[in-house]
Ligand binder design. Structure first.
Ligand code: SDX
Length: 424
């Protein structure tokens, strides 16, 4: 139990719930009955829910999915296997994996009428705007499986979203280019199909590079889930109203779009382009440290990690593999990013605040090297994060839950009477 004493009043006893790993939590729900709210802008010290899916130790730079370290999953697993783990809590047997992959393949079709949604977008529409629209619209196509209390409906929805997200993502790009949409092929894996749908010419004749496909699968895997980040919390909050899962995932996509969150990968490359040359790095690092300058080193810092983001290490290694495979030596953007990282990691401002590269710092360099346009970077993140979003949604709605409804510290006017306009 925790005991809270306010001024000289009697102490308020608050239960403490034990975590299996990491910090225990103090249950403050009783406080409202004692006339208090807790105050925690940005939820820095607030556990919003109980979850078994992902654990992060920000001080040690540890990321576990159902107990498995991200480094081992990145090296020895694959994206669809991780999707299964996030949804079911255990790694699949060979048979379970084959069945799951087959189930995802079964859902890998997009209704012709949904394809028509893209024709309504301008060619220069940002693909994230298209994704917000078409993913939310999926609810209009699956009326017969929207009973969120039915586990089979929840399962089908999860498989449907994982299957369709890369197809919709590639469609948003092909719409921008005025190219016909291409369907996934049964002879290609998840990431290989995405690359094929993205880059194949109209006649469909495109050879997927297996090294790039493996790298892309790892990029999806590294983005799959990350505890109660802003977009996942958005999915949970929307889900707590009983909203349908497609609307909740569309809300998560909208939240991810922000440059402080999933939009950072696109912002990193824009930042490196703005810095322009290695000689300018010092000037921009100086700006990043100036409290009066809004400029921040994009891809650096994290609400939870006060150590190296373990995903960033794997991403950096993947970056080298991709550039080697593409025969790109001395990529100036990678060299600039590595120099920026070195300078920042030695600067006391960043050291004192424990600011390190995060998952977004290197991902954009890989994506651009593969030929993904910058406005598609967050769409890639969306595709990778879909299993995490829907796993958290399923975890929440599978058991009794309360609608999310935070309170506030009110500092506005106290009660006063209305003043007629002639007396103002
Ligand atoms: C993702 O939550 C997740 O898990 C997210 C994510 C996921 O997988 O879902 O990991 C994905 O969103 C990664 C983060 C991508 N965003 C960026 O790279 C944008 C740049 N980073 C910053 O905007 C910032 O670091 C945040 C938003 C990521 C975290 O902000 P916090 O936790 O609110 O930290 P803060 O702003 O309170 O920073 C603490 C101090 C401040 O200085 P002081 O006021 O103490 O003097 O560090 C400074 C900040 O000014 N700071 C930075 C900085 N990040 C923080 N200074 C310069 N450059 C930066 N990038």
């Amino acid at each position: 139990m925790a005991s809270l004493t306010v001024d000289s009043k009697d102490p308020i006893e608050l239960p403490v719930h034990a975590a299996s790993v990491g910090p225990d939590v103090i249950d403050v729900s009783e406080l409202t009955n004692q006339g208090y709210f807790t105050y925690d802008p940005g939820f820095v010290s607030t556990a919003s829910c109980n979850s078994n899916i992902t654990y992060i130790d920000g001080d040690e730079g540890i990321l576990l999915h159902c107990g498995y370290p991200i480094e081992q999953l990145a090296e020895r697993s694959d994206f669809l296997e991780l999707c299964y783990l996030l949804l079911n809590g255990e790694l699949p047997s060979a048979t379970e994996k084959d069945d799951f992959v087959g189930e995802i393949r079964r859902h890998s079709k997009v209704d012709d009428q949904l394809r028509n949604f893209f024709t309504g977008f301008r060619r220069d529409a940002h693909p994230m705007a298209m994704m917000c629209g078409v993913v939310g619209a999926l609810a209009a196509f699956y009326h017969n499986s929207l009973d969120i209390t039915d586990a089979s409906h929840r399962r089908d929805t999860a498989h449907r979203l994982i299957a369709k997200m890369p197809i919709l993502a590639a469609m948003s790009r092909r719409h921008a280019l005025g190219l016909p949409f291409i369907d996934p092929r049964d002879d290609l894996g998840y990431a290989g199909n995405f690359l094929h749908m993205m880059f194949a010419p109209a006649d469909g004749d495109y050879e997927v590079n297996p090294v790039l496909a493996r790298a892309f699968d790892r990029i999806f895997l590294l983005h799959a889930d990350h505890e109660q980040n802003a977009s996942t919390s958005t999915v949970r909050l929307a889900g707590s109203t009983g909203a349908n899962p497609y609307a909740c995932i569309a809300a998560g996509i909208a939240a991810l779009w922000g440059p402080a969150h999933g939009g950072a990968n696109e912002a990193v490359l824009n930042m490196l382009a703005e810095i322009g040359t290695p000689e300018n790095i010092g000037k921009f690092v100086k700006r990043a440290k100036d409290p009066d300058d809004p400029f921040r080193i994009m891809g650096f810092g994290h609400r939870v990690y006060k150590n190296y983001d373990p995903r960033a290490r794997v991403m950096q290694q993947t970056c080298r593999e991709v550039l080697d495979e593409l025969g790109v030596e001395n990529d100036p953007t990678l060299q600039m990013a590595q120099q920026l990282e070195r300078i920042a990691l030695e600067d006391e401002y960043f050291v004192d605040r424990r600011l390190y590269p995060n998952v977004d710092f290197y991902s954009g360099i890989i994506l651009r090297a593969i030929g993904i346009p910058e406005d598609m970077f967050t769409v890639i993140f969306t595709t990778g994060r879909t299993p995490g979003w829907i796993a958290h949604w399923c975890e929440m709605v599978a058991v009794p839950y309360k609608i999310g409804r935070p309170r506030q510290l009110y500092t506005g006017a106290s009660r006063r009477d209305f003043v007629p306009i002639e007396k103002r």
